[in-house]
Design a protein around this ligand. Sequence first.
Ligand SMILES: [Zn+2]
Length: 292
Amino acid sequence: MPFQKTIKSESLLTGIGIHSGKKINLKLIPAPRDTGIVFYRKDKNFSIKAKLPFVVDTTFATTLGIDGIKIRTVEHLLATLYSLGITNLFIEIDSSEVPVMDGSAIDFTKAIKKAGIAKQGKSLSIFKITKPFFYEESHSKIFAKPYKGFRITYKIFYDHPLIKEQSLSIEINEQNFINEIAPARTFGFLKDIHFLLKNGFAKGGSLENALVLDEKGIIGGSLRFKDEFVRHKILDAIGDLSLVGYPIQGHFIIEKGGHTSHINFLRKIIETGSYELVEEPYFNLRLSTQTI
Ligand SMILES: [Zn+2]
């Protein structure tokens, strides 16, 4: 049975926004039961829940917002919280973007582990995929089907000698996240940088917080995994899917996805009702599925 959890003590992180280029202080603060994940813009004295209805932009990052007040690049932190089972937390920031750290989720994972995880003695409903559901949007395809755990299978294709075709299927749990997904970094192509900068993105991007690819390979660095690129896409997908606000049960097969298709898929699946919010304890759920 999934339990509500928060962290035991506050944790402070400092970094820069990959898109804004600004220095940002981020504080993780324990929250009471039934709070959910709540971002607090200290500079605006304004809170936004990390939930799907508050997604206002998915261009190069997932952005939450209400009435023009925004929080950009929430996906890596949200993926970490989801995978480590943190369900109640205040995230205080003094700018409009979550710091990118080294482009992966390692620093967020370390911060949560160091702060300690506290069980809050109350169970949670599960977002369970009950019917196969297929979603297609331009070149992206996402297929969701019933499954006893939470699994993501991701396939990417890039016309680049270092990536070409990469595919990975992985059960999303704390251990797999820490070992296989959290270290995978954001990546970008040198040929796109001019366009990104011109349009106000990647102002804080550097070789310290992203894998930058030229025509042949990585500029000034090496890979943490041979398939680091697809692993990072899984990291993004966990963060985006977590915006449903519950632990997830289902298998998601994603081809050439991105923030826009992840979020639109989630909106569509909720609209079509291919899911159930299961409220009974997990062990009863398993017994009942075995008898069907
Ligand atoms: Zn990412």
